[in-house]
Design a protein around this ligand. Structure first.
Ligand SMILES: Cc1cc2nc3c(=O)[nH]c(=O)nc-3n(C[C@H](O)[C@H](O)[C@H](O)COP(=O)(O)OP(=O)(O)OC[C@H]3O[C@@H](n4cnc5c(N)ncnc54)[C@H](O)[C@@H]3O)c2cc1C
Length: 380
């Protein structure tokens, strides 16, 4: 499989312009890394997956994984912009020719930001099929009412891919039907309000409220009632891309911790000479290596069109665990200095913890594997 070494080198070079103190300052001020996202956009990295006919580079998923992994390995955070890579897939796979022609080239040129993905709601959480936001047909429009939560980057996006209920839950024949996907233009959107949520890391996440928001019916993606299927079809790419970010985080922790373990002398010798320091790092390396192979396998299956649901989910779970364990080993290796912001370990430690919860929580992955791979009874 192509390792995309040219892409890795170029992305690492770009990230060199955004060192630790850039990310620390953004973290401290809880500010969106707008300069970094603009640089990524300018160099075309965010449109890597958009087909060439729409102005993107038409690269496969493994190339996008390489981009995100390098951002994270450098100490940066792709969460500021990663959704643009997978959210556009819903439009690409299920949108009409007119919708694709209208939006994708502008996204590829960096004129339109497609960064927001409104699925999760406060009352339904992981149980997406119980979401309550409604879209009611009103002539040539739909009226949207309800609330989303954890809609990341909503304040830094022009468009949002929104999942809303178009048929009441008790009136659908199949429980997976009755939801529809809309492309909401948030730039001039009466009735839409966005509230930032303060979180343990700098993530630009929000709660979004819809009060009779009018969305043209022409902005519905695909058939009415089939939206859950469309969102699901994009989730494998999302899982794999996030897994790649976790691999990058794990590399960051290991690079920093091993360098520190060689330099830091206590009791007259480098701390890295102690097996108590070596072994957690060696174990983290082994786990990173294993996760890398699982992510590559999921990526290969995705690219060749094989069913990749279980592999994508397992890749995300194992990579998120690998990055957390590498972070834990780095925290212990740096000792007191791990807690000092200037070493960037505590920031990355906070950032990488998210991936055991979002975009899908580990328990839900285990429940999926138990049911779909092991044939155990459905537990939820
Ligand atoms: C910083 C951040 C950014 C996010 N960005 C976005 C975004 O841009 N767009 C978006 O739509 N969503 C986003 N999310 C939402 C994210 O996908 C959800 O938080 C996640 O899916 C879990 O849902 P929940 O938080 O409601 O947890 P819940 O569903 O309430 O679950 C809580 C806990 O219970 C466990 N649990 C629940 N049901 C079961 C069960 N049947 N069996 C075993 N365990 C169970 C879960 O695994 C979890 O550990 C974001 C979340 C965060 C924190």
């Amino acid at each position: 499989m192509n390792d995309w070494s040219d892409i890795r080198t170029a992305v690492a070079k770009l990230c060199g312009d955004f060192p630790g103190d850039y990310w620390r300052a953004k973290d401290k001020a809880d500010e969106y890394p707008v300069e970094f996202v603009q640089a990524l956009t300018r160099e075309g990295w965010l449109s890597a997956l958009i087909p060439e006919e729409f102005g993107g580079s038409g690269l496969p998923l493994s190339a996008a994984c390489a981009i995100l992994e390098e951002i994270h390995a450098s100490g940066g955070n792709g969460a500021a912009a990663h959704a643009q890579m997978y959210v556009m897939g819903t439009l690409l796979r299920h949108g009409s020719a007119e919708q694709k022609a209208q939006y994708l080239p502008a996204v590829a040129r960096g004129e339109l930001r497609l960064q927001a993905f409104g699925v999760t709601e406060p009352t339904s959480g992981s149980d997406t099929l119980s979401l309550r936001t409604t879209a009611t047909r009103d002539g040539d429009n739909y009226l949207i009412n309800g609330q989303k939560i954890w809609t990341s980057r909503a304040r830094h996006s022009d468009l949002m891919v929104l999942l809303a209920r178009t048929t009441p839950k008790d009136q659908v024949t199949k429980r997976t039907e009755g939801l529809s996907v809309f492309l909401v233009d948030m730039r001039d959107c009466p009735g839409l309000s966005i509230q930032p949520i303060a979180t343990m890391m700098n993530h630009g996440t929000t709660a979004v409220f819809f009060d009779n928001v009018r969305v043209p019916a022409a902005n519905r993606i695909g058939e009415e009632g089939q939206g859950f299927r469309y969102i699901l079809s994009g989730m494998n790419a999302e899982r794999i891309l996030i897994a790649a970010e976790c691999l990058g985080d794990a590399r960051f922790f290991l690079d920093r911790a091993t360098a520190y373990a060689k330099e830091r002398h206590v009791f007259g010798r480098p701390i890295g000479q102690n097996q108590g320091i070596q072994f957690p790092l060696a174990q983290a390396h082994a786990r990173l290596h294993a996760a890398k192979l699982v992510v590559a396998d999921a990526c290969r299956r995705y690219e060749t069109g094989e069913v990749a649901g279980a592999e994508a989910n397992m890749a995300k779970m194992l990579a998120a665990e690998a990055s957390w364990q590498a972070g834990e080993a780095a925290m212990q290796t740096l000792g007191g200095f791990a807690f000092a912001a200037e070493y960037d370990i505590e920031r990355k430690f906070r950032e990488t913890r998210l991936y055991q919860v979002a975009p899908v929580s580990t328990n839900l992955i285990l429940a999926y594997v138990a049911e779909h791979i092991l044939g155990l009874p459905k537990s939820y």
